[in-house]
Design a protein around this ligand. Structure first.
Ligand code: SAM
Length: 224
């Protein structure tokens, strides 16, 4: 049977680059969750970057994807995904679909992904790539992700891939008991990666270190 994200007869000339990326950028920096590493070994990141940047797809930095947005650095994708502690039966909410690369990694690891993007052409592009790759467990929405996606709450994990001034309250409200939320919080130039775990109704906060993301724009984020 065909696996998620793989197509029969599909030759992937970037497999070696991906293996090198996993070894040199992820394992060497302490990413150790085998499920996360295997997802990063498998998802063809080069299909999510603009065609003129394809040779740089596996390099150790973010890349522009148009509309002033970026596909995150591989290490940042791995770090955030590992922190989410995703299990096979989990329901995951992603705010900021962007290229759709992080979405594919999540879709490899959980049962259902709900992803929201505010820039329609980016959402449409991501949808098309993910459809071609055969993912069937991703649900897309255009709009302001700072409001979450209340119809399908609660979520076992929530990831925000854009920087916010504070944690949007609707996302905390939509987190399941035992759920994990990962979000960059700070000013518009630099942020701290914050992990929140909901335990017995309380929100436990951890700081995972400095980072730099594009703005989360919306009612509970930055103004445009
Ligand atoms: N994870 C993505 C990837 O792998 O390509 C990177 C996403 S990029 C760093 C952040 C994305 O968040 C942008 O596409 C941006 O348009 C989106 N964004 C910003 N504010 C948003 C909001 N309120 N709701 C939904 N998406 C938002």
């Amino acid at each position: 049977m065909e696996e998620k994200g793989e197509r029969k007869g599909f030759f992937d000339p970037f497999k070696e680059k991906r293996e090198k990326m996993v070894k040199e950028q992820l394992i060497r920096r302490g990413i150790h969750d085998e499920r996360v590493l295997n997802a990063m070994r498998k998802v063809p990141r080069h299909l999510f970057v603009p065609p003129d940047l394809i040779e740089e797809a596996y390099n150790d930095y973010p890349l522009p994807i148009g509309y002033g947005q970026t596909i995150s650095q591989p290490y940042m994708v791995a770090l955030m995904t590992e922190a989410l502690e995703i299990k096979e039966n989990d329901k995951v909410l992603e705010i900021g679909t962007g290229s759709g690369y992080q979405t594919a990694i999540l879709a490899e690891l959980c049962k259902e992904v709900y992803t929201i993007e505010r820039i329609l052409p980016l959402l449409e592009r991501a949808k098309e790539i993910l459809r071609k790759l055969g993912y069937k467990n991703i649900h897309f929405r255009a709009g302001d992700g700072t409001l979450g996606w209340p119809e399908n709450k609660p979520y076992d994990a929530i990831i925000v891939t854009a920087g916010a001034p504070k944690i949007p309250q609707p996302l905390l409200d939509q987190l399941a008991e035992g759920g994990r939320l990962v979000i960059p919080i700070g000013d518009r130039f630099s942020q701290e990666l914050i992990k929140v775990t909901k335990l017995e109704g309380e929100f436990i906060r951890e700081n995972l270190g400095g980072c730099r993301f594009v703005d989360l724009i919306g009612i509970h984020g930055w103004k445009e």
